[in-house]
Design a binder for this molecule. Structure first.
Ligand code: S3P
Length: 436
């Protein structure tokens, strides 16, 4: 598919539900006793993989005609042995969080995934979960396919995260739900806190203490009983990132994106783009289901290069690919460092972005832990392609946005991965006036 230089973008759009919150709402609802209702669930392939897995382990999950989902949970500790392997598709979040859930159940399960997921490291979860008593037979390099056997009762864990990862934190907390005693996770660098908020919302005994140096200590009392909930999922800020950057870089654009999640552990891109000179106004700030939400009004702006503090990486970890596109069109140089984690996402996002940006004529230097990008100062890039997306939805969408500011457009080899997180991406771009 080819994306071409666009006229000014305009319109009022919404993005689908938050992927992280959608996964968690299905998992926790499946562990509550009784019926939960979820509105605004992301109906993307990753979340559907979580739904299929929870069904395979005994939860009843139904979708109404109006897109509202009902989940009848089995109670904490009540998951059943799945009959067949759990196919996680492209979804690292489904895999790692479900491994946590299963670690404290007396059952055996096999996890499989696509070529991208089968390359991703799982030791970060198998190591702490093994300390809780689970055992794993993995493919070489601690990868999928893997088979695990949970432990019941599991042993509670007191664990300091060696890598800033909400997936690892959440896996341990989910394992702690069916574990007698107190599970504690110490997080030196804060990561997205949807699990903590939602566990509290479902009635788990969970406390968070923030120390003077910013370290967070999360304490969960095990053998929890979860109460069914009514959940409204806010729009995904990681999806909003694409129209947000598009509106800033295409001259003359004004775009409103309604109902975007603004949790501070996720809002790093908005801060960065503002620091680069982007006009992003947040209006109608409100609380939806325990999460801050607002509408964004974005006006095309002359962006300037920037060197973001690596400490903010977790608050925009999935937004770097599209932030690199913004930097490639800004005035001057941007330096992105401290981003080693990007090398183990759906693709190696440092290498894939460097390769793709070069292919469309951007000036980029690849570092071990980031990129240095010389922007065009608002001039169109030459364009080109085909860009290899490597089964990575955010690479596909980032280059689609870049194409809107390229002389010859950008051709992308495979847009199918977009269905994992943002099934309405193409209609939304066309609604704004993009040419593809
Ligand atoms: C997620 C955490 C992040 C993020 C992923 C979703 C989550 O991964 O990249 O898309 O829902 O917990 P890490 O925990 O590996 O940083």
């Amino acid at each position: 598919m080819t994306f071409r230089a666009a006229p000014p973008l305009s319109g009022n759009v919404t993005v689908p539900g938050d992927k992280s919150i959608s996964h968690r709402s299905l998992m926790l609802s499946a562990l509550a006793v009784g019926e939960s209702r979820v509105e605004g669930l992301l109906e993307g392939e990753d979340v559907l993989a979580t739904a299929a897995a929870m069904r395979a382990m005994g939860a009843r999950i139904e979708r109404d005609a109006d897109g509202v989902w009902h989940i009848h949970g089995v109670g904490v500790g009540g998951l059943l042995q799945p009959d067949t392997a759990l196919d996680m598709g492209n979804s690292g979040t489904s895999t790692r969080l479900l491994m946590g859930l299963l670690a404290s159940h007396d059952l055996t399960a096999t996890f499989t995934g696509d070529a991208s997921l089968s390359k991703r490291p799982m030791a970060r979860v198998t190591e702490p979960l093994a300390q809780m008593g689970a055992s794993f037979t993995t493919s070489p390099g601690n990868r999928l396919p893997l088979t695990m056997k949970g432990a019941c009762p599991a042993v509670p864990l007191d664990y300091e995260l060696p890598v800033a990862s909400a997936q690892v934190k959440s896996a341990i907390l989910l394992a702690g739900l069916n574990t007698p005693g107190i599970t504690r996770v110490v997080e030196p660098v804060p990561t997205r806190d949807h699990s903590e908020r939602m566990l509290q919302g479902f009635g788990a005994d969970l406390t968070v203490e923030t120390q003077a140096d910013g370290t967070r200590v999360i304490t969960l009392v095990g053998e929890a009983e979860l109460q069914p909930q009514q959940i409204v999922v806010p729009g995904d800020p990681s999806s909003a990132a694409f129209p947000m950057v598009a509106a800033l870089i295409v001259p003359g654009s004004t775009v409103t994106i309604g109902n975007v999640g603004l949790n501070s552990t996720r809002a790093g891109l908005i801060d960065l783009l503002r620091e680069m000179g982007g006009a992003i106004e947040v209006v109608n700030q409100r609380d939806v289901g325990g999460e801050p939400v607002g509408d964004l009004i974005i006006t095309a702006s002359a962006l300037h290069g920037f060197e973001p503090d690596p400490a903010r990486a977790p608050s925009m970890i999935d937004e770097y690919p599209v932030a690199f596109v913004a930097a490639a069109l800004a005035h001057g140089r941007s330096v992105f460092r401290g981003l080693e984690e990007l090398r183990v996402k759906e693709s190696d996002r440092i290498a894939t972005m460097a390769e793709g940006l070069r292919a469309i004529g951007a000036r980029v230097e690849e570092l071990e832990d980031g990129l240095i990008i010389e922007g065009t100062g608002g001039q169109l890039l030459p364009g080109g392609g085909p860009i290899a997306t490597k089964l990575d939805h955010r690479i596909a969408m980032s280059f689609a946005i870049a194409g809107l500011m390229c002389h010859d457009g950008v051709t992308i080899d495979d847009m199918r991965p977009v269905a994992t997180s943002f099934p309405t991406f193409m209609p939304l771009l066309r609604q704004l006036g993009a040419v593809a």
